[in-house]
Design a protein around this ligand. Structure first.
Ligand SMILES: [Zn+2]
Length: 256
């Protein structure tokens, strides 16, 4: 029994397969990230006018048969993010975000939120709204972790009186919990966050899109954001369960 569905999907990756086919890694609000086979997509401009380029939003028809990989029968491009192809820095950040999305296993509710978050981020990167790409990468990484429930929604220590703001915090890299320096238990895996990093974190957790980066402060200078990112990277990779190769590209763009 074969069924067909029409979906809007984000193309996260396109892998050539045999002579004429592609395996595409798609993300939809309903089903999260999954693979689909596109037979003949490398030759057919009728069924695949856009050629299934990565980092585009497509309207696709998927055919499902049993429990196998769905087949992408045709696809039209709805959005192409041109700037992500021309601008190295934007493309580095976009690649990092798509790499993160390819690594996570998301529940259906998280898929909706992450799909919205990712498409908004790509649109905003495309419009040039990010003042520094390490800051944007940091913002997006923390946003993904927040949606997945690995980070609390606010920067606060659960053991401190409500509303109290500590100078420095420890991020527990086993649970993602935040404690002030005084209330953190010894022996735990922790990342010590400096006051500057805490300000960045607070900004990232409360502002849900990249427009927040338009408020440029010293904390958002590419160098500072890159340093915070470097500190968080091992934890980020452990949480996501894989290496983020695109980060080294971003680092090489900014390493002096
Ligand atoms: Zn505390």
């Amino acid at each position: 029994m074969t069924s067909e569905t029409a979906v809007s999907a984000l193309v996260l990756d396109t892998i050539p397969y045999r002579d004429k086919d592609f395996v595409v890694r798609l993300m939809t609000p309903e089903d999260g990230v999954f693979s689909a086979m596109a037979f003949g997509a490398r030759g057919s401009r009728t069924r695949f006018p856009s050629g299934l380029d990565r980092l585009t939003i497509i309207e696709a028809v998927l055919s499902h048969k049993g429990s196998g990989m769905p087949v992408c029968k045709m696809a039209n491009t709805r959005n192409v993010f041109w700037r992500l192809r021309r601008d190295l820095e934007c493309s580095a950040v976009a690649s990092m975000l798509s790499e993160m999305l390819l690594l996570v296993h998301m529940e259906s509710e998280e898929s909706k939120l992450l799909f919205e978050f990712a498409t908004t981020a790509f649109e905003q990167l495309d419009q040039g709204l990010s003042p520094g790409s390490p800051a944007a990468a940091l913002h997006l990484s923390l946003g993904v972790l927040r949606i997945l429930g690995f980070l609390p929604a606010t920067v606060a220590c659960p053991a401190c009186p409500e509303g109290h703001q500590a100078q420095s915090y420890h991020l527990r890299s086993d649970s993602g919990a935040l404690y002030c320096r005084d209330h953190d238990r010894p022996g735990a895996h922790r990342i010590v966050l400096t006051p500057a990093a805490v300000r960045v974190l607070r900004h990232c957790l409360t502002a849900h899109d990249l427009r927040a980066l338009a408020v440029i402060s010293d904390d958002y200078l590419p160098g500072s954001a890159l340093r915070v990112m470097e500190n968080l990277l091992p934890w980020l990779e452990r949480t996501l369960g894989g290496r983020l190769k695109s980060f080294s590209f971003l680092r090489s763009l900014y390493a002096q």
